[in-house]
Design a binder for this molecule. Sequence first.
Ligand code: BTN
Length: 243
Amino acid sequence: MSLQWNIQVHERLYSTQDFLKNLDSVEGTVVHALRQHAGRGRHGRVWEEGEGNLYLSFVLAPKKEAALMGQLSLLMGVAVYKTVATFIDTDTDELMLKWPNDVLLDGRKCAGILLESDITPDGQIDKLYIGIGVNVAHAPLDIASALNAFTAAPLDVTGFRDKLLDTIKELYTRWLDGDGARVLDEWQACAHAIGSDLTVKIGESVQSGHFHGLDQYGSLILSLGENQFKTITAGEIFLSAED
Ligand code: BTN
């Protein structure tokens, strides 16, 4: 059965992600809040509110092995990247994905994605809760950017949301049909180049090296020199041009 979005819009929520997870939701349920006052980001961070920004969470139920979640994480980044690219007036040179799925515009983050899952006892993804925040109108922090600074006229958030959901549906449907390798290729085409200087922070440990590429699951391979490589499945990445 093909994926159908069932969108509910709320004036104000604490967190679309927490609201969605407390619903007994089925695949395709989408929660969109016009305001969000307790948004959560990755690594236990707060996702700051900015008026006129997009706050969205939705459920997928892919019933595939949990190891493939890394590919879905990259796929969401590609979907946001492609959607942003259709709306901004600037050259896409200014737009870049940073592993796994941060969307940078002019070197600063304009969108963030949070993936949380329920896994079945036999290791399948039962439900995947995906939260996406896009700075459409406001960049709430100095290290963030907003799309409207790169458009001739302010964007319509609902129009942006619908284009994003269409793009996710298209990429996800193709991925379900077994096209994981294409997601990895598409991600790489939108992301920091092979060989870029990267620093990876995992808890208290910090390691610097070069980006060597992705493995088949979408994990990042960090080259530490002299044929030494480290596979990163989670962590925070810093590019040398940033921070
Ligand atoms: C990140 O840290 O980059 C991920 C940010 C995810 C923020 C979005 S906003 C909509 C949804 N609701 C939340 O509480 N978080 C996500």
